[in-house]
Design a protein around this ligand. Structure first.
Ligand code: ADP
Length: 765
């Protein structure tokens, strides 16, 4: 349509067009002014958008009116359409933003708001429905050009436009009546007037009259510009849309949850906020002008208030968190935390500003927590076990009466002291620090950190106590600066009992040893002397007595070994030993027994030469002897027992394999425990003590080795043990107490010790 550039750019000067130009210039200046002077906030952004739309509209009107041709007029009219089409919605957006409403949160509102103007724009550009674009209907008028008749649906657009404009005015008016802020009121009134000018004037000249075919100079642009000026004036004059400090302060005071009380120099209440009247149940005027005494319950509290608040304030001191009760209109007392500062102007005290915070909930919470704490402390006090807790740095924060009794110290002497200074703990004679039983990382659940048995504690008086120790902590321990809570269960009595038992066993065994040796001596002499002199039956009796006394002697020896192991008194004396040579010796001492039982006993030599190892020759051969002896005992005639040895990595592994009866699977886990013997046929067939393997295990472990077994019932068993090539020097029999099962009830009784120390089942032969 618009192809003829010569027509479009054909301008003639028209004085009326200058009105539109003036409007464009005015609006443009306002944009600049606002950009420079006003706050950059949302309302102002909407307003600047509004001005931009007006500029587009007025520029297009200026060019259209100055056009020398009807085509030019129509073309320039086209360019301005986005301006006027969007003005109503932009104004609406501005009003919403100014009154603090947020309609555009929802995208549906966006479509509903911006959909229609886009449709109008589309129809105005492409059809003659909204705007008459017909060249034939265009004619010259004194102020430029006019096209009549007006497009048939132009009124639809006008109707929509008026709806938005009237809604905007309505929202502003409502806001005007609602706001209590005087400045805001004035500003709103100005904006309402400003918006009404173009609505009324512009609608009449540009829309309503043309609809009725009455043509006068359209002044909407100019009137809209008047609106722009007035609103800009409001922006700059009243700091409109700029956050105003007084207003801000007022809003904060009215909305804050703390109660504000402003006192005059003579202690009268000058000002209170909504929270104060809500809290105390008074209306504003019932308190304003009254003495502060009115809200204090009695003379005594007034005295304290005077001393703790008024006097310090008059001395220009800050009052912080002073707790007092206020009395409400109904007479109830409300505890508050009161902070205040004096207001001084030119060196004179003009008043005091106080803030009161309702602490009823806090009080309740504190009471509840106190009750909870008391409950816990009563519980802890009542516990017979020693309980103490330390913070993250190991300083004692809780110490119960049982602890006091245990260590013979008073609570007051230990609280806040470093735990290690007070509680001397030893784990197998090694000092145990509180830091060793602390969680190493932050803990997110209640959990046990360590659980240790038989910890030795040295009391102040040098008395030693034995305890089972459990350290635990709770989730969020970091926050409350809790390290661990330690429970000490006194097992000294059990420990003493255990010691007594060991003493008894050891003493009994010692006492039995001497007579046994002489019995065996005499029996052996008798056997020699009477050989051939008495009948075979009597010789058999003698032989049986000799064998039985031998068994008794080995039981005594075993018991002595066990008691030594348990007390940690078993020593190993190391020397460089050629293990193959040792094995050869042990095997040869069993050859007779093997021959008698018709069992093939052999030693398989290793392919490579074995290095010497540092072990206790006597103990190791005692142990191997036990293994070989067992193998022979539990293997029937015709079977075989094979001893072999090999070097593997850093160890020498010795193996004693037999083709005997084997060991039932369920017995395997208990095999190396004290007094354990496989029940049933096997048990009855021999007269062992059930201590051999237990002692073997202890010996191997003292050498830092391991012992284990594989066995199939009816097919045979293979016992293996390893000895490390280089044995660390520091170990001593003592340190191995725990490994060797210290604490197991040597007599197999049902005492407390047994429950405490062992969960393994066992059986006495
Ligand atoms: P004991 O003095 O009874 O032999 P040990 O501690 O040496 O005591 O052995 C414990 C039990 O293990 C034995 O009573 C026996 O039932 C079983 N046992 C040990 N070695 C063998 C083996 N080579 N074959 C089958 N059973 C065995």
């Amino acid at each position: 349509m618009f192809t003829d550039l010569a027509q479009i750019f054909n301008f003639t000067l028209n004085p009326f067009a200058l009105i539109s130009l003036a409007a464009a210039v005015i609006n443009f200046s306002l944009v600049v002014l606002i950009l420079i002077k006003a706050e950059k906030n949302e309302s102002n952004r909407w307003f600047r958008l509004l001005l931009a739309a007006i500029i587009l509209w007025s520029m297009s009107e200026f060019l259209a009116r100055s056009s020398g041709t009807a085509e030019g007029y129509l073309f320039w009219g086209f360019t301005g359409r986005p301006g006027w089409v969007f003005i109503p919605v932009i104004l609406f957006g501005f009003v919403l933003s100014y009154t603090g409403k947020d309609l555009f949160k929802n995208s549906l509102y966006w479509y509903l708001t911006f959909g229609p103007p886009l449709a109008f724009l589309f129809f105005a550009w492409n059809t003659n429905l909204i705007s008459n674009n017909s060249l034939a209907d265009t004619f010259r008028v004194p102020w430029g050009w006019e096209t009549t008749p007006v497009a048939p649906y132009f009124w639809v657009f006008i109707f929509w436009l008026e709806t938005f404009l009237i809604s905007s005015v309505a929202i502003l008016t409502r806001y005007y009546f609602k706001t209590s802020d005087e400045i805001r009121k004035k500003q709103t009134l100005l904006i309402i007037i400003a918006v009404l000018i173009p609505i009324i004037g512009g609608s009449i000249t540009d829309a309503i009259l043309p609809i009725f075919n009455i043509q006068i100079l359209p002044v909407a642009v100019l009137l809209t510009s008047v609106m722009s000026v007035v609103v800009t004036y409001a922006i700059l004059r009243f700091g409109l849309f700029v956050i105003n400090p007084t207003l801000t302060a007022k809003t904060i005071i009215d909305t804050m949850s703390e109660s504000l009380i402003v006192l005059g120099p003579r202690n009268t209440i000058e000002q209170i906020n909504k929270s104060t009247s809500d809290l105390l149940g008074y209306k504003k005027d019932e308190l304003i002008g009254k003495s502060i005494r009115r809200i204090l319950p009695d003379v005594k509290s007034w005295d304290t208030f005077l001393k703790r608040v008024i006097i310090p304030l008059k001395e220009n001191k800050f009052v912080r968190g002073f707790e007092i009760d206020f009395r409400t209109n109904e007479g109830t007392l409300i505890p508050v935390s009161f902070s205040a500062k004096s207001l001084v102007e030119n060196g004179h005290l003009i008043g005091m500003v106080g803030l009161a915070r309702d602490i009823r909930d806090t009080r309740k919470l504190i009471n509840r927590l106190t009750a909870e704490r008391d409950k816990i402390s009563v519980t802890i006090s009542g516990i017979v076990d020693g309980v103490f807790a330390v913070n993250k740095t190991g300083h004692i924060i809780i110490f119960n009466p049982a602890m006091e009794r245990m260590l013979k110290v008073g609570q007051d002497d230990v609280i806040n002291r470093f735990s290690d200074e007070i509680i001397n703990m030893y784990d197998n004679e090694k000092k145990l620090s509180i830091m060793d039983i602390m969680p190493k990382h932050e803990v997110f659940e209640d959990k046990v950190i360590t659980s240790k048995k038989n910890i030795q504690i040295l009391g102040k008086d040098g008395k030693e106590i034995f305890v089972d120790l459990t350290s635990s902590t709770i989730a969020g321990n970091e926050e409350i600066n809790l390290g661990v809570i330690v429970t000490l269960h006194d097992v000294s009595k059990e420990h003493d009992l255990e010691e007594m038992k060991l003493d008894f066993v050891s003493m009994a065994a010692h006492e039995l040893r001497t007579p046994l040796t002489s019995i065996r001596g005499y029996l052996s002499v008798l056997q020699e002397e009477l050989r051939g002199k008495v009948d075979k039956e009597k010789m058999d009796f003698l032989q049986k007595a000799f064998i039985s006394s031998g068994q008794l002697a080995s039981l005594v020896e075993n018991l002595l070994s066990v008691s030594r192991i348990e007390r940690g008194k078993m020593k190993i004396e190391k020397s460089q030993v050629d293990l193959l040579e040792l094995l050869t010796e042990v095997v040869s001492t069993h050859e007779d027994q093997a021959k008698q039982k018709k069992i093939k006993l052999k030693l398989i030599k290793p392919d490579e030469k074995l290095p010497k190892i540092s072990v206790d020759r006597f103990r190791i051969s005692e142990m191997v002897s036990n293994l070989v002896g067992n193998a022979l005992t539990y293997t029937d005639g015709g079977g075989s027992v094979t001893v072999s040895v090999e070097k593997k990595d850093n160890e020498i592994i010795t193996e004693v394999a037999d083709t005997g009866q084997g060991i039932p699977e369920e017995a395997l886990p208990k095999l190396f425990t004290k007094f354990f013997r496989v029940s049933g046929v096997l048990e009855q067939g021999s007269k062992g003590t059930g201590l051999g393997l237990y002692i073997s295990k202890a010996i191997v472990e003292m050498h830092k080795g391991r012992i284990w077994v594989k066995s199939t019932l009816g097919k045979g068993s293979t016992f293996k043990f390893s000895l490390p090539l280089d044995i660390p020097e520091e170990k001593s029999a003592n340190k191995d107490r725990v490994i060797t099962g210290k604490g197991e009830d040597i007599l197999g009784g049902t005492s407390q010790v047994k429950k405490t120390f062992t969960k393994k089942g066992k059986k006495i032969a």
